[in-house]
Design a protein around this ligand. Structure first.
Ligand SMILES: *Cc1c(COP(=O)(O)O)cnc(C)c1O
Length: 462
Protein backbone atom coordinates (compact mmCIF):
# COMPACT_ATOMS: atom_id res chain seq x y z
CA UNK A 1 0.00 0.00 0.00
CA UNK A 2 1.23 3.48 -0.87
CA UNK A 3 2.06 5.87 1.94
CA UNK A 4 -0.30 8.38 3.47
CA UNK A 5 -1.83 10.71 0.92
CA UNK A 6 -0.66 14.26 1.49
CA UNK A 7 -3.58 16.70 1.78
CA UNK A 8 -4.38 18.47 -1.46
CA UNK A 9 -3.46 15.54 -3.72
CA UNK A 10 -7.12 15.18 -4.66
CA UNK A 11 -7.15 18.76 -6.01
CA UNK A 12 -9.26 18.97 -9.15
CA UNK A 13 -10.64 15.46 -8.82
CA UNK A 14 -13.44 16.24 -6.36
CA UNK A 15 -16.80 17.55 -7.56
CA UNK A 16 -17.29 21.30 -7.33
CA UNK A 17 -19.91 21.06 -4.56
CA UNK A 18 -17.85 18.90 -2.22
CA UNK A 19 -15.87 20.90 0.34
CA UNK A 20 -13.30 19.45 2.66
CA UNK A 21 -15.10 19.47 6.01
CA UNK A 22 -13.80 21.51 8.93
CA UNK A 23 -14.28 18.38 11.07
CA UNK A 24 -14.34 15.09 9.20
CA UNK A 25 -15.86 13.38 12.26
CA UNK A 26 -18.94 15.64 12.39
CA UNK A 27 -22.33 14.76 10.92
CA UNK A 28 -24.06 17.07 8.42
CA UNK A 29 -27.39 17.22 10.30
CA UNK A 30 -29.57 17.80 7.21
CA UNK A 31 -28.57 14.37 5.87
CA UNK A 32 -29.37 12.34 8.98
CA UNK A 33 -32.43 11.19 10.87
CA UNK A 34 -33.34 13.34 13.85
CA UNK A 35 -31.89 11.14 16.61
CA UNK A 36 -28.51 10.54 14.90
CA UNK A 37 -25.52 11.95 16.80
CA UNK A 38 -21.80 11.33 17.21
CA UNK A 39 -20.64 10.75 20.80
CA UNK A 40 -17.34 11.90 22.32
CA UNK A 41 -15.58 8.82 20.92
CA UNK A 42 -16.86 9.58 17.42
CA UNK A 43 -19.29 6.67 17.55
CA UNK A 44 -22.52 7.13 15.60
CA UNK A 45 -25.63 6.75 17.79
CA UNK A 46 -29.19 6.42 16.48
CA UNK A 47 -32.34 6.03 18.55
CA UNK A 48 -30.17 6.10 21.68
CA UNK A 49 -28.05 3.14 20.52
CA UNK A 50 -24.42 2.95 19.46
CA UNK A 51 -24.33 1.73 15.88
CA UNK A 52 -21.36 -0.64 16.44
CA UNK A 53 -23.34 -2.41 19.22
CA UNK A 54 -26.42 -2.48 17.06
CA UNK A 55 -24.75 -4.17 14.11
CA UNK A 56 -22.79 -6.53 16.34
CA UNK A 57 -26.06 -8.47 16.66
CA UNK A 58 -27.15 -8.45 13.02
CA UNK A 59 -23.85 -8.07 11.17
CA UNK A 60 -23.31 -5.72 8.22
CA UNK A 61 -24.49 -4.46 5.84
CA UNK A 62 -27.65 -3.40 7.65
CA UNK A 63 -30.25 -0.70 7.24
CA UNK A 64 -30.92 1.17 10.48
CA UNK A 65 -34.36 2.79 10.62
CA UNK A 66 -35.10 5.61 13.07
CA UNK A 67 -38.73 5.01 14.08
CA UNK A 68 -39.33 8.37 15.78
CA UNK A 69 -37.96 10.15 12.73
CA UNK A 70 -40.18 8.12 10.38
CA UNK A 71 -43.30 8.87 12.37
CA UNK A 72 -42.35 12.55 12.69
CA UNK A 73 -41.90 12.92 8.93
CA UNK A 74 -45.19 11.16 8.24
CA UNK A 75 -46.95 13.46 10.72
CA UNK A 76 -45.18 16.54 9.29
CA UNK A 77 -46.70 15.80 5.88
CA UNK A 78 -50.11 15.05 7.35
CA UNK A 79 -50.12 18.28 9.38
CA UNK A 80 -48.50 20.58 6.80
CA UNK A 81 -50.97 19.38 4.18
CA UNK A 82 -54.03 19.67 6.37
CA UNK A 83 -57.16 19.03 4.33
CA UNK A 84 -55.05 17.05 1.85
CA UNK A 85 -54.98 13.24 1.81
CA UNK A 86 -51.39 12.04 2.11
CA UNK A 87 -50.70 8.70 0.43
CA UNK A 88 -47.34 7.20 1.42
CA UNK A 89 -45.77 5.72 -1.73
CA UNK A 90 -45.20 2.14 -0.62
CA UNK A 91 -42.77 1.42 -3.42
CA UNK A 92 -40.14 3.59 -1.67
CA UNK A 93 -40.02 1.14 1.24
CA UNK A 94 -42.70 -1.15 2.58
CA UNK A 95 -42.89 -3.89 5.16
CA UNK A 96 -45.75 -4.78 7.50
CA UNK A 97 -44.33 -2.68 10.36
CA UNK A 98 -44.05 0.42 8.20
CA UNK A 99 -47.55 -0.14 6.82
CA UNK A 100 -48.80 -0.22 10.41
CA UNK A 101 -46.98 3.02 11.29
CA UNK A 102 -48.54 4.67 8.24
CA UNK A 103 -52.01 3.59 9.35
CA UNK A 104 -51.34 4.67 12.95
CA UNK A 105 -50.17 8.12 11.82
CA UNK A 106 -53.34 8.65 9.81
CA UNK A 107 -51.87 8.46 6.32
CA UNK A 108 -53.16 6.62 3.27
CA UNK A 109 -50.99 4.21 1.25
CA UNK A 110 -50.15 3.76 -2.42
CA UNK A 111 -49.28 0.38 -3.88
CA UNK A 112 -48.46 -0.70 -7.41
CA UNK A 113 -48.46 -4.49 -7.33
CA UNK A 114 -50.24 -7.39 -5.71
CA UNK A 115 -47.19 -7.95 -3.52
CA UNK A 116 -47.30 -4.40 -2.15
CA UNK A 117 -51.07 -4.67 -1.68
CA UNK A 118 -50.61 -7.88 0.29
CA UNK A 119 -48.00 -6.33 2.59
CA UNK A 120 -50.18 -3.23 3.12
CA UNK A 121 -53.20 -5.33 4.10
CA UNK A 122 -51.07 -7.57 6.30
CA UNK A 123 -49.82 -4.41 8.03
CA UNK A 124 -53.40 -3.47 8.83
CA UNK A 125 -54.06 -0.75 6.25
CA UNK A 126 -57.75 -0.71 5.33
CA UNK A 127 -58.48 -1.36 1.66
CA UNK A 128 -60.46 1.90 1.36
CA UNK A 129 -57.31 3.80 2.33
CA UNK A 130 -55.21 2.24 -0.42
CA UNK A 131 -54.49 3.68 -3.87
CA UNK A 132 -53.46 1.34 -6.69
CA UNK A 133 -51.03 2.45 -9.41
CA UNK A 134 -49.25 1.00 -12.38
CA UNK A 135 -49.27 1.13 -16.16
CA UNK A 136 -49.92 -2.59 -16.58
CA UNK A 137 -51.80 -4.06 -13.66
CA UNK A 138 -52.69 -7.64 -14.51
CA UNK A 139 -56.34 -8.70 -14.73
CA UNK A 140 -55.73 -10.78 -11.58
CA UNK A 141 -54.36 -7.71 -9.74
CA UNK A 142 -57.30 -5.54 -10.83
CA UNK A 143 -59.86 -8.18 -9.89
CA UNK A 144 -58.39 -8.59 -6.41
CA UNK A 145 -58.13 -4.83 -5.87
CA UNK A 146 -61.73 -4.21 -6.92
CA UNK A 147 -63.07 -7.18 -4.98
CA UNK A 148 -61.29 -5.91 -1.85
CA UNK A 149 -62.74 -2.44 -2.36
CA UNK A 150 -59.50 -0.46 -2.64
CA UNK A 151 -60.11 3.27 -2.36
CA UNK A 152 -58.88 4.21 -5.81
CA UNK A 153 -57.45 2.66 -8.93
CA UNK A 154 -55.32 4.97 -11.03
CA UNK A 155 -56.00 3.93 -14.64
CA UNK A 156 -53.25 4.36 -17.16
CA UNK A 157 -54.53 3.11 -20.56
CA UNK A 158 -57.72 2.63 -22.59
CA UNK A 159 -57.26 -1.14 -22.27
CA UNK A 160 -57.26 -0.80 -18.53
CA UNK A 161 -60.45 1.29 -18.49
CA UNK A 162 -62.17 -1.53 -20.42
CA UNK A 163 -60.75 -4.13 -18.05
CA UNK A 164 -61.84 -2.22 -14.92
CA UNK A 165 -65.33 -1.71 -16.34
CA UNK A 166 -65.62 -5.42 -17.19
CA UNK A 167 -64.53 -6.47 -13.70
CA UNK A 168 -66.91 -3.98 -12.06
CA UNK A 169 -69.75 -5.40 -14.15
CA UNK A 170 -68.78 -9.02 -13.49
CA UNK A 171 -68.30 -8.64 -9.71
CA UNK A 172 -70.95 -6.01 -9.05
CA UNK A 173 -68.32 -4.09 -7.08
CA UNK A 174 -68.02 -0.39 -7.93
CA UNK A 175 -64.59 0.80 -9.07
CA UNK A 176 -63.40 4.26 -8.04
CA UNK A 177 -60.98 5.52 -10.61
CA UNK A 178 -58.49 8.30 -11.13
CA UNK A 179 -57.15 9.00 -14.61
CA UNK A 180 -53.37 9.32 -14.75
CA UNK A 181 -52.45 12.18 -17.03
CA UNK A 182 -49.17 13.48 -18.39
CA UNK A 183 -49.00 17.23 -18.17
CA UNK A 184 -45.86 17.58 -20.28
CA UNK A 185 -43.78 18.58 -17.29
CA UNK A 186 -40.74 16.66 -16.23
CA UNK A 187 -39.31 17.84 -12.96
CA UNK A 188 -36.00 17.03 -11.34
CA UNK A 189 -34.50 19.04 -8.48
CA UNK A 190 -34.44 22.73 -9.44
CA UNK A 191 -34.95 22.22 -13.16
CA UNK A 192 -38.06 21.20 -14.94
CA UNK A 193 -38.86 20.78 -18.60
CA UNK A 194 -42.29 21.73 -19.91
CA UNK A 195 -43.16 20.32 -23.33
CA UNK A 196 -46.28 19.55 -25.31
CA UNK A 197 -45.26 15.97 -26.05
CA UNK A 198 -44.87 13.23 -23.55
CA UNK A 199 -42.63 10.43 -24.74
CA UNK A 200 -43.02 8.09 -21.78
CA UNK A 201 -45.00 5.05 -20.77
CA UNK A 202 -47.11 6.59 -18.00
CA UNK A 203 -50.40 8.35 -18.30
CA UNK A 204 -52.74 9.84 -20.88
CA UNK A 205 -51.48 12.91 -22.68
CA UNK A 206 -53.41 16.08 -21.94
CA UNK A 207 -52.21 17.89 -25.06
CA UNK A 208 -53.27 15.09 -27.48
CA UNK A 209 -56.78 14.91 -26.07
CA UNK A 210 -56.32 11.32 -24.84
CA UNK A 211 -56.73 12.37 -21.21
CA UNK A 212 -60.11 13.98 -21.91
CA UNK A 213 -61.20 10.92 -23.88
CA UNK A 214 -60.13 8.65 -21.00
CA UNK A 215 -62.23 10.68 -18.56
CA UNK A 216 -65.18 10.47 -20.98
CA UNK A 217 -64.92 6.67 -21.20
CA UNK A 218 -64.62 6.31 -17.42
CA UNK A 219 -67.74 8.44 -16.90
CA UNK A 220 -69.59 6.44 -19.57
CA UNK A 221 -68.73 3.05 -18.04
CA UNK A 222 -71.28 1.42 -15.73
CA UNK A 223 -70.06 0.70 -12.22
CA UNK A 224 -67.04 2.98 -12.62
CA UNK A 225 -66.82 6.29 -10.81
CA UNK A 226 -64.45 9.08 -11.87
CA UNK A 227 -62.77 10.43 -8.73
CA UNK A 228 -60.51 12.79 -10.61
CA UNK A 229 -57.24 13.33 -12.44
CA UNK A 230 -53.84 12.19 -11.29
CA UNK A 231 -50.51 13.78 -12.17
CA UNK A 232 -47.03 12.80 -10.98
CA UNK A 233 -44.28 14.89 -12.56
CA UNK A 234 -41.07 13.34 -11.30
CA UNK A 235 -38.82 12.80 -8.34
CA UNK A 236 -36.32 14.71 -6.21
CA UNK A 237 -38.30 17.93 -6.77
CA UNK A 238 -36.95 20.77 -4.63
CA UNK A 239 -39.51 23.53 -5.22
CA UNK A 240 -42.98 24.19 -6.65
CA UNK A 241 -41.95 25.65 -10.05
CA UNK A 242 -42.58 22.53 -12.19
CA UNK A 243 -45.57 21.63 -10.13
CA UNK A 244 -47.17 25.02 -10.86
CA UNK A 245 -47.04 24.44 -14.63
CA UNK A 246 -48.42 20.91 -14.24
CA UNK A 247 -51.21 21.98 -11.88
CA UNK A 248 -52.37 24.67 -14.32
CA UNK A 249 -52.63 22.13 -17.16
CA UNK A 250 -54.32 19.48 -15.04
CA UNK A 251 -56.84 21.93 -13.56
CA UNK A 252 -57.68 23.26 -17.03
CA UNK A 253 -58.58 19.69 -18.05
CA UNK A 254 -60.49 19.21 -14.79
CA UNK A 255 -62.57 22.31 -15.60
CA UNK A 256 -63.15 21.11 -19.18
CA UNK A 257 -64.44 17.74 -17.93
CA UNK A 258 -66.86 19.54 -15.63
CA UNK A 259 -68.05 21.88 -18.37
CA UNK A 260 -68.34 19.44 -21.28
CA UNK A 261 -69.10 16.11 -19.61
CA UNK A 262 -71.27 17.49 -16.83
CA UNK A 263 -69.40 15.60 -14.11
CA UNK A 264 -67.38 17.55 -11.56
CA UNK A 265 -64.58 15.23 -10.38
CA UNK A 266 -64.44 15.55 -6.59
CA UNK A 267 -60.71 14.94 -6.25
CA UNK A 268 -57.32 15.56 -7.79
CA UNK A 269 -53.97 13.90 -7.07
CA UNK A 270 -50.76 15.83 -7.51
CA UNK A 271 -48.36 12.91 -7.06
CA UNK A 272 -45.15 12.62 -5.09
CA UNK A 273 -41.55 13.39 -5.81
CA UNK A 274 -40.72 15.70 -2.89
CA UNK A 275 -36.93 15.89 -2.69
CA UNK A 276 -34.51 15.14 0.13
CA UNK A 277 -30.87 16.00 0.80
CA UNK A 278 -28.46 13.18 -0.07
CA UNK A 279 -25.37 15.38 0.08
CA UNK A 280 -24.48 18.95 1.02
CA UNK A 281 -25.32 20.07 -2.56
CA UNK A 282 -29.06 19.45 -1.98
CA UNK A 283 -31.37 21.98 -0.32
CA UNK A 284 -34.99 20.84 -0.64
CA UNK A 285 -37.83 23.05 0.59
CA UNK A 286 -39.42 21.74 3.79
CA UNK A 287 -42.81 20.02 3.50
CA UNK A 288 -44.63 22.90 5.17
CA UNK A 289 -43.34 25.42 2.63
CA UNK A 290 -44.17 23.14 -0.28
CA UNK A 291 -47.64 22.62 1.13
CA UNK A 292 -48.27 26.34 1.40
CA UNK A 293 -46.99 26.93 -2.13
CA UNK A 294 -49.02 24.09 -3.64
CA UNK A 295 -52.20 25.09 -1.87
CA UNK A 296 -51.85 28.66 -3.08
CA UNK A 297 -51.30 27.55 -6.67
CA UNK A 298 -54.34 25.25 -6.68
CA UNK A 299 -56.67 27.73 -4.99
CA UNK A 300 -55.52 30.54 -7.28
CA UNK A 301 -55.97 28.44 -10.44
CA UNK A 302 -59.41 27.19 -9.39
CA UNK A 303 -60.56 30.72 -8.67
CA UNK A 304 -59.32 31.81 -12.09
CA UNK A 305 -61.19 28.93 -13.74
CA UNK A 306 -64.30 29.62 -11.71
CA UNK A 307 -64.43 26.08 -10.31
CA UNK A 308 -64.64 24.65 -6.84
CA UNK A 309 -61.30 23.44 -5.48
CA UNK A 310 -61.30 19.61 -5.61
CA UNK A 311 -60.09 17.55 -2.65
CA UNK A 312 -56.34 17.23 -3.16
CA UNK A 313 -54.12 14.25 -2.46
CA UNK A 314 -50.33 13.87 -2.64
CA UNK A 315 -48.02 10.85 -2.65
CA UNK A 316 -44.69 11.36 -0.91
CA UNK A 317 -42.44 8.31 -0.59
CA UNK A 318 -38.81 9.38 -0.50
CA UNK A 319 -39.45 12.49 1.62
CA UNK A 320 -40.98 10.38 4.38
CA UNK A 321 -38.76 7.30 4.52
CA UNK A 322 -35.56 8.42 2.75
CA UNK A 323 -33.81 10.30 5.56
CA UNK A 324 -35.03 7.87 8.25
CA UNK A 325 -32.57 5.12 7.34
CA UNK A 326 -28.84 4.78 6.96
CA UNK A 327 -26.90 1.78 5.73
CA UNK A 328 -24.03 0.52 7.85
CA UNK A 329 -21.16 -1.30 6.15
CA UNK A 330 -17.84 -2.75 7.27
CA UNK A 331 -14.71 -1.69 5.44
CA UNK A 332 -12.90 -4.69 3.94
CA UNK A 333 -10.07 -3.20 1.92
CA UNK A 334 -8.53 0.21 1.21
CA UNK A 335 -6.46 1.01 -1.86
CA UNK A 336 -5.00 4.16 -3.33
CA UNK A 337 -5.34 4.71 -7.04
CA UNK A 338 -3.28 7.17 -9.05
CA UNK A 339 -5.44 9.45 -11.21
CA UNK A 340 -4.38 10.94 -14.57
CA UNK A 341 -3.68 14.37 -13.14
CA UNK A 342 -1.26 12.86 -10.64
CA UNK A 343 -3.88 13.05 -7.91
CA UNK A 344 -4.75 10.06 -5.78
CA UNK A 345 -8.15 8.59 -4.99
CA UNK A 346 -8.65 6.34 -1.98
CA UNK A 347 -10.93 3.40 -2.81
CA UNK A 348 -12.69 2.00 0.22
CA UNK A 349 -14.41 -1.37 -0.37
CA UNK A 350 -17.33 -2.32 1.82
CA UNK A 351 -19.33 -5.51 2.32
CA UNK A 352 -22.42 -4.47 0.30
CA UNK A 353 -22.94 -2.30 -2.74
CA UNK A 354 -25.26 -2.25 -5.74
CA UNK A 355 -27.30 -5.15 -4.36
CA UNK A 356 -28.42 -3.02 -1.40
CA UNK A 357 -28.35 0.38 -3.15
CA UNK A 358 -28.74 0.40 -6.92
CA UNK A 359 -29.32 4.16 -7.17
CA UNK A 360 -25.70 5.23 -7.82
CA UNK A 361 -25.48 2.73 -10.70
CA UNK A 362 -29.02 3.33 -11.98
CA UNK A 363 -29.33 7.11 -11.61
CA UNK A 364 -25.76 8.26 -11.05
CA UNK A 365 -27.04 9.27 -7.61
CA UNK A 366 -24.74 10.93 -5.11
CA UNK A 367 -24.55 9.90 -1.47
CA UNK A 368 -22.49 10.88 1.52
CA UNK A 369 -20.99 8.85 4.37
CA UNK A 370 -19.21 9.01 7.68
CA UNK A 371 -16.85 6.86 9.72
CA UNK A 372 -19.30 5.44 12.26
CA UNK A 373 -17.19 3.43 14.71
CA UNK A 374 -14.55 5.88 16.01
CA UNK A 375 -13.18 9.39 15.77
CA UNK A 376 -10.05 10.09 13.76
CA UNK A 377 -7.56 12.94 13.78
CA UNK A 378 -6.01 11.87 10.47
CA UNK A 379 -5.96 14.30 7.56
CA UNK A 380 -9.07 13.78 5.37
CA UNK A 381 -8.64 12.14 1.97
CA UNK A 382 -10.94 12.17 -1.02
CA UNK A 383 -12.44 8.70 -1.00
CA UNK A 384 -14.71 6.62 -3.18
CA UNK A 385 -16.68 3.96 -1.35
CA UNK A 386 -17.33 0.93 -3.52
CA UNK A 387 -19.16 -2.35 -3.12
CA UNK A 388 -18.07 -5.97 -3.46
CA UNK A 389 -19.93 -6.79 -6.68
CA UNK A 390 -18.48 -7.71 -10.04
CA UNK A 391 -19.14 -4.37 -11.77
CA UNK A 392 -16.90 -1.34 -11.90
CA UNK A 393 -20.07 0.78 -11.61
CA UNK A 394 -20.71 -0.77 -8.20
CA UNK A 395 -20.29 2.51 -6.34
CA UNK A 396 -21.77 3.31 -2.92
CA UNK A 397 -20.50 6.88 -2.46
CA UNK A 398 -18.78 8.46 -5.45
CA UNK A 399 -16.97 11.25 -3.60
CA UNK A 400 -16.58 11.89 0.09
CA UNK A 401 -13.90 13.03 2.48
CA UNK A 402 -12.98 10.32 4.96
CA UNK A 403 -10.20 10.25 7.53
CA UNK A 404 -6.88 9.24 5.90
CA UNK A 405 -6.44 6.36 8.35
CA UNK A 406 -9.66 4.61 7.27
CA UNK A 407 -8.90 0.90 7.58
CA UNK A 408 -10.35 -2.61 7.36
CA UNK A 409 -12.80 -3.23 10.20
CA UNK A 410 -14.00 0.36 10.38
CA UNK A 411 -17.75 0.90 10.08
CA UNK A 412 -19.08 3.36 7.51
CA UNK A 413 -22.65 4.70 7.57
CA UNK A 414 -24.41 6.12 4.51
CA UNK A 415 -27.41 8.36 5.32
CA UNK A 416 -30.54 8.80 3.22
CA UNK A 417 -30.89 5.18 2.08
CA UNK A 418 -34.46 4.63 3.32
CA UNK A 419 -36.15 5.17 -0.04
CA UNK A 420 -35.45 2.85 -2.95
CA UNK A 421 -32.65 1.13 -1.00
CA UNK A 422 -34.08 -2.04 0.49
CA UNK A 423 -37.09 -1.81 -1.85
CA UNK A 424 -34.84 -2.01 -4.94
CA UNK A 425 -32.32 -4.41 -3.41
CA UNK A 426 -31.42 -7.49 -5.41
CA UNK A 427 -29.70 -10.81 -5.00
CA UNK A 428 -27.04 -9.92 -7.58
CA UNK A 429 -24.01 -12.17 -7.11
CA UNK A 430 -26.36 -14.17 -4.86
CA UNK A 431 -25.99 -11.52 -2.18
CA UNK A 432 -28.24 -11.96 0.86
CA UNK A 433 -30.40 -8.86 1.16
CA UNK A 434 -29.63 -6.97 4.41
CA UNK A 435 -31.95 -6.63 7.39
CA UNK A 436 -33.85 -3.52 8.44
CA UNK A 437 -33.37 -2.76 12.12
CA UNK A 438 -35.79 -0.26 13.65
CA UNK A 439 -34.45 1.71 16.61
CA UNK A 440 -36.37 3.74 19.15
CA UNK A 441 -35.61 4.93 22.68
CA UNK A 442 -32.62 2.66 23.09
CA UNK A 443 -34.35 -0.47 21.79
CA UNK A 444 -33.51 -2.18 18.49
CA UNK A 445 -35.95 -4.42 16.68
CA UNK A 446 -35.28 -6.36 13.46
CA UNK A 447 -38.36 -5.68 11.34
CA UNK A 448 -37.00 -7.32 8.18
CA UNK A 449 -34.41 -10.00 8.82
CA UNK A 450 -31.36 -10.69 6.69
CA UNK A 451 -31.89 -13.30 4.00
CA UNK A 452 -30.29 -16.67 4.54
CA UNK A 453 -28.70 -19.14 2.16
CA UNK A 454 -31.88 -21.20 2.55
CA UNK A 455 -33.92 -18.19 1.31
CA UNK A 456 -31.55 -17.94 -1.60
CA UNK A 457 -31.97 -21.60 -2.53
CA UNK A 458 -35.70 -21.81 -1.77
CA UNK A 459 -36.63 -21.28 -5.42
CA UNK A 460 -33.76 -23.31 -6.87
CA UNK A 461 -35.25 -26.69 -7.68
CA UNK A 462 -31.94 -28.34 -8.50
C1 LIG B 1 -42.84 6.86 -7.36
C2 LIG B 1 -44.11 7.54 -7.25
C3 LIG B 1 -44.39 8.33 -6.12
C4 LIG B 1 -43.42 8.57 -5.03
O1 LIG B 1 -42.30 9.28 -5.46
P1 LIG B 1 -41.25 9.83 -4.38
O2 LIG B 1 -40.17 10.45 -5.21
O3 LIG B 1 -40.76 8.65 -3.61
O4 LIG B 1 -41.98 10.79 -3.53
C5 LIG B 1 -45.65 8.89 -6.04
N1 LIG B 1 -46.56 8.71 -7.00
C6 LIG B 1 -46.31 7.96 -8.11
C7 LIG B 1 -47.35 7.79 -9.12
C8 LIG B 1 -45.08 7.36 -8.27
O5 LIG B 1 -44.84 6.63 -9.36
Amino acid sequence: MAGRVPPGDYAGSSPHWLREPADVNALVPALWSSTATKDAEGVLRIGGLAVPDLVADVNTPAYVLDEDDFRARARAFRDAFEGVDVYYAGKSFLCTTVARWIAEEGLFLDVCSDGELTVALRGGVEAERIGYHGNNKTPMELRRAIALGVGRIVVDSFHEIERVAAIAAETGMPARVMVRVTAGVEAHTHEFIATAHEDQKFGFSISSGDAFEAARRVIAADGVELLGLHSHIGSQIFDTAGFEVAARRVLALHARIAAELGVVPPEMDLGGGFGIAYTSQDDPQPAAELAAGMREIVVHECRGLGIETPRISIEPGRAIVGPTMCTVYTVGTVKQVQLDAGAVRTYVSVDGGMSDNIRPALYDADYSCTLASRASSAVPVLARVVGKHCESGDIVVKDEFLPGDIAPGDLIAVPGTGAYGRSMASNYNHALRPPVVAVKDGVARVIVRRETVDDLLATDLG
